[in-house]
Design a binder for this molecule. Sequence first.
Ligand code: UT7
Length: 354
Amino acid sequence: MFRTKIAGIGHYVPERVVTNDDLARYMDTSDEWIQERTGIKERRYAMQHEETTSTMGAKAAKVAMERAGVTAEDIDFIIFATLSPDYYFPGCGVLLQRHLGCGEIGALDVRNQCSGFIYGLSIADQFIKTGMYKNILLVGAEMHSFGLDYSTRGRTVTVIFGDGAGAVVLQPAKEEKQGILSTHLHSNGKYAEELAFINPGAHGGVHAKNEEEFERFGYTKEHEYGGIFLTDKMWKDQDIFPNMTGQLVFKNAVKKMPEVVFEALKTNGYSPKDIDMLIPHQANLRISQFVQRLLKLRDDQVYNNIQKYGNTTAASIPIALSEAWEAGKVKDGDLVCLTAFGSGFTWASALMRW
Ligand code: UT7
């Protein structure tokens, strides 16, 4: 059986830089609070109506494909991880297939939020190991800026997130010792609503095309938001924006991320000191630092870039991995570990020999 290797990696972040002070113009927050609680200094926002999640994904994919030495015709499967797709359906996978001009290949969307990239990696690994596909394009991309609450009400969530995309081309490894050693996936749906964006969804909320239709549903008072009419309850409960119980997510993240790293290390007979580079999902610099301390890792064993980009969810790991690789911090033969925790809750890790 072949192991799966990352044959090419790339990332794209939009040009528009949004600082903490920029956000403080719209909501009651400050550069000091954001930096102290999250480590974030700035993030990137895509240009609305010019860029989307799938177009950013395509830009990252082109870099990864060029570095892997493959063209659109060579790609035999697409996996696209995102929680902010261009459309509610169809998914971004088919849009990427169209943007790149790939053949009529399979295109799969992965809905595992912060863990989406590692879930995608695990799926790709199974297809490569069995010999079914030889060039899988895996993309993690997000355009959060479109759906955030820029009033003070949304500040806890809004200040964290940013836009961007990362991509890898996965191929069978030629060298025996190279490639993905194992992936480890987990979930606990008990906490599904603790970090969620529950509309649109088939959970009983009402989406009406216009006021008349809305009234036919028996509602007399409504709010119009982005062309969707909302019930009072949806508005009151802030169901139209992502919501997060921050401290609960934080507590679980700092427990589950080290746990799942240990699971990967133990499976392969390694210990934390063997890790050359840990790329944690960039959720909060304090979370990464907690994980680093628990694993007793040196600073040079962990890569963080949340300071520049905020939390880009499914894109955060491939963007960080791509940057670390470009900076020469990930080299041939290195033991690289990826770990993520987020909405679902879902959490995951992957261990690979670069
Ligand atoms: O990637 C997906 C996974 N997501 C995560 O892992 C995120 C995990 N959670 C976190 O990173 C943190 O919980 C946050 C950064 C979201 C929040 O930090 P915190 O230290 O947990 O703050 P808090 O929610 O406990 O709020 C502390 C105070 C509150 O004020 P009071 O009640 O003490 O007066 C908040 O209202 O800070 C206030 N606050 C803010 N103040 C200024 C909350 N957000 C802001 C803000 N600016 N943006």
